[in-house]
Structures are given as C-alpha cells and as structure tokens.
Design a protein around this ligand. Structure first.
Ligand code: GMT
Length: 377
C-alpha cells in the first residue's frame, strides 16, 4: 500500500474523539504513514516519540481589536500551511464544526485539491445539529467533505434526521489499542482500596456531564447494594460531580461509593472490576464500554444511540430502557451472583472486541478511505 501523508485535526484534550484521533494517528504511523497532527496542543495520548508523527501547533493570539479569539481562522490558516509545506495527501478531521468547515476553507486557501475525510463523533450532531445557529455550518462541513464517517449506525441515522444532507455516510466503529487494554492480574489493588475479597466491584467512567446520567448510576448501585456486598468506583470529573456527591451523601451505602477522580491507567482499575455501568441519555458509541470489554469487564448500558451496537444483550452485557434502574439492578444482581455466567460474559466481551472492533480491522477501514481520496490528487 502507498505510504500517505495524513493531516489529523481533533480536540486534543481528554474525550473519546481525541482518543480515537490520536490512537488512529499512532497506529497509522506504525503502518508506515507520515502523520501530521494540526491541533491546539499536543494530543494527550501522544505520549511517546514516533519518528513519523509531527505536531503543528495552532496558536491563537488575543488581539484587543477582536472580541473573540479567532481559533477557527488560525486553525484553517495552519491547515493550509501544512497542506502546502508537507504536501499532505489527506486531511482527516474529527467533528463537523469547526474542524470540517476549517478544512474546507484551508483547502481553498492552499490552492491544492486535498481530500477531506470527516468523522462525526456525536456531540456535533446530537447537540449542535439541533441548534439552528449552527446547523447550516454543520451541513456545509458535511457536504463539502469528500468522505464522511460516523462512529455508529445510530449516529448515521441521527445525522440524516437532524441535518438536511444526502451525503453518503460510512460507519466505522471505535477501537482500542489492545496492547493497552487487556485483562491483567490486579495484584493487591482491591485491598489497597479497602475492598473486601468477597465484594463485587462496579465501575462507571465518564466526564460527569449531565448526559452521562450519573444519578441513575448511583440509584442503580444502591439497589444492587441492597442485595449484595459491592462497591461502586466513580472515575472521572466534570460538572455533575458535586450533585452526585450530594446524592451519595444522603444514601445508606455512602461508604461503598468511591470517587476516584480522573485516572490514567484504566486497565488496572478494570482488572478489579466485575461490571461496568453506562446509563447515558445520549451516546453515539461509548468508547469506555469497549475499553472495559477489552479488559474482560461486561457492561450494562442504556438503550440509546450506538450503545446497543456495542453491547450484545444477554451475551456480553445487558441493554436496559433509559431510566429503568430496577432492570439494571435486577440484571446486575443476577449476573454478579452467578460466577459461571459472569465468566461467560467476560469471555464474550473480550471476543467481541477482538472480532468486531479489532484495531487492525478498523484502522484498515480508515486506510481504505484515505487511499480512495488520495488517488484523485
Ligand atoms: O462522550 C463525551 O462526552 C465525549 C465525546 C467526544 O466528542 O469526545 O465522545 C463522543 O465520541 C466518542 C468517540 O467516538 C464516542 O465513543 C462517544 O460515545 C461520544 N459521546 C457522545 O455521543 C455523548
């Protein structure tokens, strides 16, 4: 396969879209491509030196004449420079706005007919697509891209519902780096957290935004805890944290909920976890589900967005109606009390990641798209 020069733009800070963009860049570099990140800071997962990965910083200056900092213009201008200087073959942007719109502007500025691949991750469509001040710009970004992808079938359908576009859209699922997410021995970590050997461990990982529905996670856990000895690990931080802390404080099992804040080595936490809960109001895919499953942790998720495309109900986890915390508690209690079934679910979760979502397969799907758009240059 021809080695390509690929520009990647994403939000480089913590978040599923930034993780996918960065991991994709790293894996493409390992496959011999030259990768140019065009972002406002070094992507947080870019934690190792790769000879063929380059970082081009988008500097946004504040001038007193401007009421707002011109990030979008600075980004488009930087993209145009990199397209020309590095002779890029493809520009892959994550999010329709502002990134796809900036890419289109950059193509125009550079005078080079570079292929643009845009990946929609969710928030740009589900939240911003309903905002009439931005929907025209989202449509423009989608229509002017050469190839558009979504991270689930559900997001593809939602895009067609909310955005007036007939652009063909391909679904390419999220993936994880299997060298980082795999089942491992937990050593004495459980003991270090003060968790008894006979206690089951439930885990939730998110950015504690309202749509992650933390109150339902706590509510479901309290019902499970009433049936059996268990602990809940809440990993992450965000706007809903204090509300959740208040909810936990007033509950009978407050000592069984551990707030761990943001954590880097999630695979180690999954090694002591028996079940994951993701009960979001909206979720285009749920990368955190895949991370848990790769480590052998079955999941219970709400019946929204792409979650049912990730969890195979009754095989490697359960899908419940949004808000039905009784059903979560029932499924969880029954699964956690049946060691044989729990083991079957653990094995099925690992199998699903390696068969349906394996990184090699997913990265190849992106590579095929790049080849297609690069051919015309
Ligand atoms: O979930 C978030 O709040 C972060 C958000 C993002 O834009 O980084 O995640 C979105 O993209 C991920 C990667 O494709 C998906 O796995 C998440 O499901 C999606 N989040 C939502 O749809 C809410």
């Amino acid at each position: 396969m021809k080695k390509l020069k690929i520009g990647i733009t994403c939000y480089p800070t913590v978040g599923g879209s930034g993780v996918i963009a960065t991991e994709l860049g790293k894996m493409l570099a390992e496959r011999g491509h030259e990768i140019h990140f065009i972002t406002s800071s070094v992507p947080f997962r870019l934690n190792k030196i790769y000879p063929t990965v380059f970082f081009h910083e988008v500097e946004v200056n504040n001038y007193s004449v401007f009421q707002y900092s011109p990030y979008d213009i600075a980004l488009a201008s930087k993209m145009a420079d990199v397209i020309k200087d590095e002779e890029l073959d493809v520009l892959h942007v994550h999010y329709a706005i502002p990134h796809a719109v900036c890419a289109v502007l950059a193509r125009e500025m550079s005078g080079r007919d570079i292929g643009i691949v845009t990946t929609l991750h969710g928030t740009d469509i589900s939240v911003l697509g309903q905002d009439s001040t931005l929907s025209q710009a989202i449509k423009y970004g989608i229509d002017k891209s050469d190839i558009v992808t979504t991270v689930s079938q559900a997001l593809k359908e939602q895009t067609y519902e909310l955005i007036d576009t007939v652009k063909p859209i391909e679904t390419i699922y999220n993936f994880v780096d299997e060298r980082e997410y795999f089942p491992r021995n937990s050593g004495n970590l459980k003991e270090q957290f003060g968790i008894q050997e006979d206690e089951k461990v439930l885990i939730h990982v998110s950015n504690f935004r309202k749509i992650k529905n933390l109150p339902h996670v706590v509510d479901a856990f309290m019902k499970i805890r009433a049936n059996m000895k268990a602990k809940l690990l809440l990993v992450g931080d965000g706007p809903e944290k204090h509300r959740v802390m208040d909810q936990v404080k007033g509950s009978p099992y407050m000592k069984d909920v551990l707030f761990l804040g943001k954590q880097e080595n999630l695979a180690e936490l999954y090694a002591i976890s028996d079940l994951k809960l993701l009960l979001s109001q909206q979720e285009s895919f749920g990368l955190v589900l895949l991370e848990a499953m790769a480590c052998g942790v079955p999941c219970i998720g709400s019946n929204v967005g792409g979650i049912p495309e990730v969890i195979d109900h009754g095989v490697d986890g359960y899908i419940v109606e949004l808000g039905d915390t009784d059903a979560v508690a029932e499924y969880a209690t029954q699964l956690l009390q049946d060691e044989e079934q729990l083991l079957r679910f653990r094995e099925a979760a690992i199998r699903a990641v390696s068969e349906k979502f394996h990184s090699t397969k997913i990265v190849k799907q992106y590579e095929n798209l790049y080849e297609k758009v690069a051919e015309r240059n």
